[in-house]
Design a protein around this ligand. Structure first.
Ligand code: MTE
Length: 343
């Protein structure tokens, strides 16, 4: 199922994709009809141009170009392909960007794409506070600029028992956190989503089922794990607003609700933070939220999932894997813990 994590030193310069080459390649692929092959989600090793072309530029012919800051677009388009990949079929771009959970824009799966297009993501600043040597309010550009963008193709397993395979682009969270120099007291990292009821209709709804702003958190060793990503793009472009622009967390071995969107605050703490879903229903949603087919949600089974896209008649049901298939990489983080208690 896996595949590989490349080290910086394994990456050949031919894999770094400047914007004009990306567009040339995009044109080339459209002309030569290779998109169908890309849709197979083929995994390619090595440093060949062939590998680059097929890697994940699937369905680019139907992708709208995302509006957003030019500096970010430029940086995202220079992503290093295939840093972590899978041989599974990619979920089509259309499903990734129209079937979403982003309750700030409504609780229906189609609400985020309908309502999030007007979210202003530029300028964007992020407050960093707590157990760090360098707290402050940072421009997003200053946080992201020092880092190379990597392509990571990960499974996303929602606690609601649907799943996708998404070609993210982003930066390992560890690299971002190290910039702020966490102190020895930093045991957890808390993230907060933008609170702006004027722009986010779900936050002004009297039917809102959650307390705003949305907050999530990780233990520091989870945050520093090489799989944990701060995503800034998907499918070769910056993130659409409905997917959490301008940057969001992606923790592939945990249920999707841990992967918080549109982050405006990062706080390092000594105590375990209270998180939104756990606070709303602690008997249903735990702090850890590791994907675990052996621990059912009180109202439904977690043994299987619907890999999207599917239909009512053909739901594309597959077995759920412990840690969403990333056990080899992350199970050690939880050695000795009772995962039925710490769900
Ligand atoms: N982040 C915020 N701020 N608000 C949300 O409602 N939903 C979570 C997570 N991050 C959510 C959020 C859930 S339940 C899931 S499954 C994923 O986002 C979905 O990400 P996607 O819409 O990009 O597939």
């Amino acid at each position: 199922m896996l595949l590989k994590i490349k080290k910086r030193s394994d990456i050949c310069s031919s894999e770094i994709t400047p914007e004009p080459i990306y567009h040339d390649r995009r044109r080339f692929m459209q002309q030569s009809g290779r998109l169908a092959m890309a849709g197979l989600g083929l995994m390619l090793a090595g440093c060949s141009q062939e590998g680059e072309a097929i890697s994940q530029k699937a369905q680019v012919d139907t992708m709208p170009s995302q509006p957003g800051p030019q500096w970010l677009k430029k940086q995202v388009l220079e992503f290093i392909p295939n840093v972590y990949t899978t041989n599974e079929v990619l979920t089509p771009h259309k499903d990734v960007t129209t079937y979403n959970n982003f309750y700030e824009f409504g609780t229906g799966k189609g609400d985020p794409v309908r309502n999030a297009h007007s979210l202003k993501t530029d300028p964007w600043s992020v407050v960093v506070e707590g157990e760090v040597a360098k707290p402050g309010r940072y421009h997003l550009e200053d946080i992201l600029k020092p880092h190379a963008m990597e392509e990571r193709i990960y499974r996303l397993r929602c606690v609601e028992a649907w799943s996708m395979v998404i070609p993210w682009i982003g930066i390992p969270l560890a690299n971002i956190l190290k910039q702020f120099e966490p102190t020895s007291k930093a045991r957890f990292v808390e993230f907060t989503t933008l609170y702006d009821p004027e722009q986010m209709p779900g936050q002004r709804s009297s039917f809102a089922s959650l307390d705003w702003p949305y907050v999530e958190a990780l233990r520091i060793d989870e945050a520093m794990h090489p799989l944990t990503l701060m995503a800034t793009g998907l499918y070769g472009d910056i993130l659409p607003n409905q997917n959490g622009a301008p940057f969001r967390l992606v923790v592939p071995w945990k249920y999707g609700f841990k992967s918080i969107k549109s982050i405006v605050k990062i706080r390092l703490t000594e105590q375990q933070p209270a998180t939104t879903w756990e606070a709303s229903a602690p008997q249903e949603y735990g702090f850890y939220a590791n994907v675990n087919p052996a621990v059912d949600h009180p109202r439904w089974s977690q043994k299987y999932e619907r890999r999207l896209p599917g239909t009512l008649l053909s739901p594309n049901r597959i077995e759920t894997q412990p840690f969403n298939g990333y056990g080899e990489e992350v199970a050690d983080l939880y050695k000795g813990m009772d995962l039925t208690r710490f769900y």
